[in-house]
Design a binder for this molecule. Structure first.
Ligand code: TPP
Ligand code: MG
Length: 286
């Protein structure tokens, strides 16, 4: 790589790092409003969302229903904070909405619902359905000869759902090269570590066997994510693509990274400001 290419890559990564910081910050602010929430997931998946929204997706923030947009489907409705945080950073949702997060009449309900929130493509609280919806949408777009893509963010807990694997099989059957699945592997679900509840390894081999073009990366490493997203999007293969992202719950806030139970976070009132301060320190913000 030439020196100019290397330095433009470095500035692209730095810009994504700043986006990820803001996504994490928005998430913590929503947690603070309600005093609780699925904040660990949002902190963990922030880098994946930064690369998705600020490198990969085709969207018009002022017109979230633009027909030619790429569709980002959140099957995990409980990750709503994470998606709101990136939609705010992308300018689809106004930042002031944070103050009303989770209250009656807010456009930001605690679980993601398509009817309430601009940019929320599906209602995804019932786990295991996002990828199936994605298959239908990707097939529909192909039949309309659209070049838009479908991204579906799913969780490792959703790998326990039979319906996910039906969707995995049908996407390969229909050669849905316009479908990109992103699996957030944080090794956590409601009751315990995902690997303890129902072992899912070797994950990558399973997607390969089902006929998917498969990538597995450290989902908190922006450079690795950019490389995987770029390859998945530039590939000429007729297969659907999956990027399996190993992430750390609570990433960016040291006292949350080391907590035992992170599926649903409650902290003492004064600890939200500690969390924001720790995040600022990690990012070198004064
Ligand atoms: C079909 C279905 N079964 C169970 C639930 C209850 N539930 C909500 S979140 C969750 C954990 C799912 O795993 P994962 O998304 O990996 O959890 P996280 O990483 O957020 O801790 C469960 C079982 C649900 N929403 N839908
Ligand atoms: Mg999980």
């Amino acid at each position: 790589m030439s020196q100019t290419a290397t330095s433009s890559q470095a500035s692209a990564i730095e810009a994504l790092r700043q986006r990820a910081y803001k996504i994490r910050r928005n998430s913590l602010r929503m947690g603070e409003v309600q005093g609780q929430g699925y904040v660990g997931q949002a902190l963990g998946v922030a880098d994946v969302l930064a690369v998705s929204y600020f490198r990969a997706l085709k969207l018009d923030p002022k017109n979230p229903e633009w027909e030619e947009r790429d569709r980002f489907l959140l099957s995990i409705g409980h990750y709503a904070i994470a998606l709101y945080a990136v939609l705010i950073e992308a300018g689809v949702i106004a930042e002031e909405e944070i103050e009303d997060y989770g209250s009656d009449d807010s456009i930001l309900p605690m679980s993601g619902m398509a009817d309430y929130t601009p940019g929320m493509e599906i209602t995804g609280g019932s786990l295991g359905h996002g990828l199936g919806i994605g298959v239908g949408m990707a097939l529909g777009l192909k039949r309309k000869e659209s070049d838009s893509r479908i991204f579906n963010l799913l969780s490792d807990g959703e790998l326990n759902e039979g319906s996910t694997w039906e969707a995995v099989a049908s996407a390969a059957h229909w050669k849905l090269d316009n479908l990109i699945a992103l699996v957030d592997v944080n090794d956590q679900q409601a009751d315990d570590k995902s690997s303890t509840v129902l072992n899912y390894e070797p994950i990558a081999d399973k997607w390969v066997a089902f006929g998917w073009e498969t990538y597995r990366v450290d989902g908190n490493d922006l450079e690795a994510l950019v490389e995987a997203f770029d390859s998945a999007m530039q590939s000429n293969s007729d297969k659907p693509r999956v990027i399996i992202c190993d992430t750390l719950m609570g990433r960016g806030v040291p006292f949350l990274e080391t907590r035992d139970k992170t599926h649903f976070i409650r902290v003492d009132e004064n600890e939200w400001s500690v969390a924001l301060k720790q995040l600022d320190e990690v990012y070198g913000v004064q």
